[in-house]
Ligand binder design. Structure first.
Ligand SMILES: Cc1ncc(COP(=O)(O)O)c(C=O)c1O
Length: 438
């Protein structure tokens, strides 16, 4: 037998790897790099100018002033996170919901700190979902989480969204249909981005929150379905008061019966470079998530956790969130004004967009005959005009009984400057008018 390595022999990939598809984000970033003149309204990245560089330098110096303490901070931490930070985050959750920690009905042991909230989404999914299980998401929904579901081998079923977020009657109907088909045992997670949703920019209304919770409880008679509340953009509310979390509606629930995992992150309201996310989990899931995290990294970067902890206790975090709210408010107004100016008179009734009160996104719907997909004429024309958007078609999970709309667009005002946002919208409107062939 020839002992030399044979380069043409393939690796046999796992079925998990086989199910893991290309994420659109890679293609969009590559397109932006290949076209440096382009204005990207695609990237869901944060505002660049306000990233807290000088503040972080100061924090870093402070954290390393004493070498003995500094060395401990540069060492490994623990799997579930820095104990002081977990306690502070519990207080933070309670405060955001206008409660004391006691009223909130949770303990710091239920807080898990992860490498971004994305990691916690993946860990919870790994803990609960086997191939063939069902996960319910919005229609549309956050596409990177859909990628996690694909890798897990989940069947994705979707629920319509409107200006008030996920429509409870549609969720109830879907669960009732699944039950009638004898398939309820396969439903493991209902996933909702309930503040300033990625991609739609909408927020689940206060009135719908307890209703959604009750529906998930109702269909959990034989096994508990996790209500996965992804509140990544909650703290970036720039208009009005954000509603209470869905988790707030089960503050009084008995220990051992919580339905909701509430996830937040430092990436959007502070800086993604720390890549620190966190969640409050039902008690029964904490240990397994910890064991799965042991396999992955046995702990989130200790130094990052110390930095965000110090930012919280020094007041810097709160001050920074205020700065960001003002900044994104200004940017959102700028984008909405430009949309009105350049598309306000375009196909009235068939062209509309959402009005976000926070976060980074506006969801634009065009007449059905305008194909916004990556292979359609508008995407190419937009690049020629010098603007990049996310084709809305990427944001719909592969629900087996639905047809993916081809006339929607996700726009972000996160990373483009105040000067570029109106220019980008003007270019987009120009591209739309050029491909408009009624
Ligand atoms: C809805 C939503 N959830 C979670 C995340 C994950 O962010 P991170 O892992 O940086 O906390 C993102 C990032 O864009 C997001 O948009």
């Amino acid at each position: 037998m020839n002992s030399e390595a044979h380069p043409s022999v393939p690796f046999v990939l796992s079925t998990r790897a086989g199910r893991t598809a290309d994420q659109p984000i890679g293609f969009l970033i590559a397109t932006a790099f290949a076209n440096p003149h382009i204005i990207s309204l695609a990237a869901g990245l944060v505002d660049y100018e306000t990233l807290p560089s000088p503040e972080t330098r100061e924090l870093m110096t402070e954290l390393l002033t004493d070498d003995a303490v500094g060395r401990a901070r540069l060492n490994y931490g623990t799997t579930l996170g820095l104990p002081g930070l977990r306690a502070a985050l519990l207080q933070h959750f309670a405060k955001l919901d206008g409660q004391t920690v006691g009223e909130f009905g949770a303990s710091a042991e239920q807080i898990v700190i992860t490498n971004g909230s994305q990691q916690l989404l993946a860990l919870l999914t790994e803990a609960l979902v086997d191939p063939g299980d069902i996960v319910i998401t919005g229609w549309p929904s956050y596409f990177v989480y859909t990628g996690v579901l694909m890798t897990a081998g989940a069947e994705v079923r979707c629920v319509d969204m409107d200006e008030d977020g996920m429509v409870p009657e549609k969720l109830e109907k879907l669960l009732a249909d699944i039950q009638s088909a004898g398939q309820l045992h396969r439903v493991k997670i209902v996933y909702i981005v309930d503040y300033h949703d990625n991609p739609t920019g909408t927020t689940l209304s206060e009135a719908r929150r307890p209703v959604i919770l009750r529906i998930v409880q109702k269909y959990s008679a034989n096994h508990r379905i996790l209500l996965l509340e992804d509140a990544a953009y909650r703290e970036l509310t720039f208009e009005g008061e954000p509603p209470r979390s869905i988790r707030r509606y089960e503050s009084n629930a008995e220990a051992g019966s919580h339905q909701v995992a509430l996830l937040q992150t430092f990436s959007k309201p502070f800086a993604p470079g720390f890549k620190v996310g966190y969640g409050l989990l039902p008690r029964e899931l904490v240990e397994k998530v910890g064991l799965l995290k042991d396999n992955l990294d046995f702990g989130t970067a200790n130094m990052s956790q110390h930095l965000v902890f110090r930012a919280m206790t020094s007041g810097l975090y709160d001050r920074h969130v205020q700065v960001l709210r003002r900044r994104y408010h200004e940017k959102a107004k700028c984008m909405l004004t430009a949309l009105n100016q350049h598309l306000g008179d375009f196909c009235a009734g068939e062209t509309h967009w959402t009005q976000p009160h926070g976060g980074l996104y506006v969801w634009l719907t065009l007449p059905e005959y305008i194909d916004t997909t990556r292979t359609g004429p508008l995407f190419e024309q937009a690049i020629r005009e010098g603007v990049l958007y996310v084709p809305g078609s990427y944001c719909y999970g592969p629900d087996p009984v639905r047809r993916i709309p081809r006339n929607t667009i996700r726009l972000s005002f996160g990373t483009a400057t105040l000067e570029h946002i109106p220019q980008g919208i003007e270019r987009l409107a120009k591209a739309i008018r050029k491909v408009d062939r009624r």
